[in-house]
Design a protein around this ligand. Structure first.
Ligand code: NAD
Ligand code: WQD
Length: 343
């Protein structure tokens, strides 16, 4: 029996393959390589000393999915596949809804056909919109104040999964709402490899540090936060990957689930942009030039998780602190200045 990992060649997926291997679980990766290359899978194989089973395909293609489920005995699915660039989603909403929402529907339909009814879904803290209280708890309202189609696609999928669960309690579903994953595997062999100019803070910082970009623009210093810059709950990608193994273990213990288990995956601690820059400078010994500019449209001031449910339900806690996250991001960046293209 194997775990199907959709989007397994991507940033979080590739790290999760290692955690699955460490837990003694077989995986099959299904990815259309729209935002990844096979190189990440080669590197994972190098780390674990074992080839990764890979099938190139798209989650929107039911025939390909049927073939996949016919060829492999799939016990459960970790569903990472999706498009994730917030600004691009504003430009191309139909592409995002098609890829993320329609793709997930097709996947769920085929899973149902093959009576494979366990799934862990990659959701995002973005579904909370702009909560008026911190830390963010899972029962906070979702769907209001989401500023982009990417975030709405995650919200829509969550609602679909809730309805599916209500219709048939033999579906076992865990929805993980990720906060801000950064860092890389400590080997420096795999990491985040954004196309073009990064949208997210950590890859931007590390590309400034390596000299590919001149300076970081800090989006706003007039938020009601410790130093005026935005505060986020950064989480090491290896910790996040490990949460999926814990979620699988949870699913294996359930017989019926009347509703999806929804869990925040964050550390429960917020860091400002300037605090993250300082932590990065400290561990790397490299200065990160930055300039304060105006706020970025759609950004919230503060977002950090209440992570107690993850501990209670999944027995999961984050192990790595902000300095380890920065050190591992920097290690990956230094060893792979051009990401996976270097090899
Ligand atoms: P990523 O882009 O590195 O990985 C996604 C993978 O899915 C890529 O390898 C891509 O090629 C593949 N893919 C995309 N569309 C596909 C399709 N139609 N069929 C098959 N494969 C497809 O992104 P990531 O950072 O690893 O994120 C993984 C998941 O977690 C995504 O669903 C993302 O929305 C979600 N998420 C990410 C973050 C984050 O900050 N990275 C935060 C919250 C949620
Ligand atoms: C973090 C902080 C910025 C870049 C996004 C998505 C979310 C999830 C994770 C996928 C903010 C500031 C950033 C820069 C900056 N993605 N910043 N200069 O916005 O919390 O979340 O990625 O699911 O859905 O919205 O992450 O890394 O973009 O920003 O000052 O060049 O850094 O304003 O305060 P964000 P981020």
């Amino acid at each position: 029996m194997a775990i199907l990992v959709t989007g397994g060649a991507g940033y979080i997926g590739s790290h999760t393959l290692i955690e699955l291997y460490k837990a003694g679980l077989e995986s099959v990766v299904y990815d259309n390589l729209s935002n990844a290359s096979k190189e990440s899978l080669k590197r994972v194989a190098q780390i674990i000393g074992q080839e990764i089973t890979f099938v190139e395909g798209d989650i929107r293609n039911k025939e390909q999915l049927r073939e996949l489920f016919s060829n492999y005995s799939i016990d459960g699915v970790i569903h990472f596949a999706g498009l994730k660039a917030v600004a691009e989603s504003v430009q191309k909403p139909l592409e995002y809804y098609d890829n993320n929402v329609v793709g997930t529907l097709r996947l769920l339909e085929v899973m149902g056909e093959f009576d494979c009814k366990s799934i862990i879904f990659s959701s995002s803290a973005t579904v909370y919109g702009e909560p008026n209280k911190m830390p963010i708890r899972e029962e906070f309202p979702t769907g209001n104040g989401i500023t982009n189609p990417y975030g709405r696609s995650k919200y829509m999928i969550e609602e679909i999964l809730k309805d599916l669960s209500k219709s048939d309690s033999s579906w076992k579903i865990v929805i993980l709402r990720y906060f801000n994953p950064i860092g890389a595997h400590e080997s420096g062999l795999i990491g985040e490899d954004p196309n073009g100019i990064p949208n997210n803070l950590m890859p931007y910082i590390s590309q400034v540090a390596i000299g590919k970009l001149n300076e970081l623009q800090v989006f706003g210093d007039d938020y009601p936060t410790v130093d005026g810059t935005g505060v986020r709950d950064y989480i090491h990608v290896v910790d996040l990957a490990n949460a999926h193994v814990k979620a699988l273990e949870y699913l294996q213990k359930q017989t019926v689930m009347p509703e999806p288990l929804i869990v925040n995956v964050g550390r429960g601690q917020g860091y400002s942009v300037l605090e993250l820059i300082r932590a990065f400078e400290k561990v790397s010994g490299v200065k990160v030039p930055y300039r304060i500019v105006g706020r970025r449209e759609g950004d919230v001031a503060i977002s950090y998780a209440d992570a107690t449910l993850a501990k209670k339900k999944l027995d999961w806690v984050a192990r790595y602190d902000i300095e380890k996250m920065c050190a591992d991001s920097w290690n990956w960046q230094k060893k792979n200045p051009n990401g996976y293209e270097t090899s």
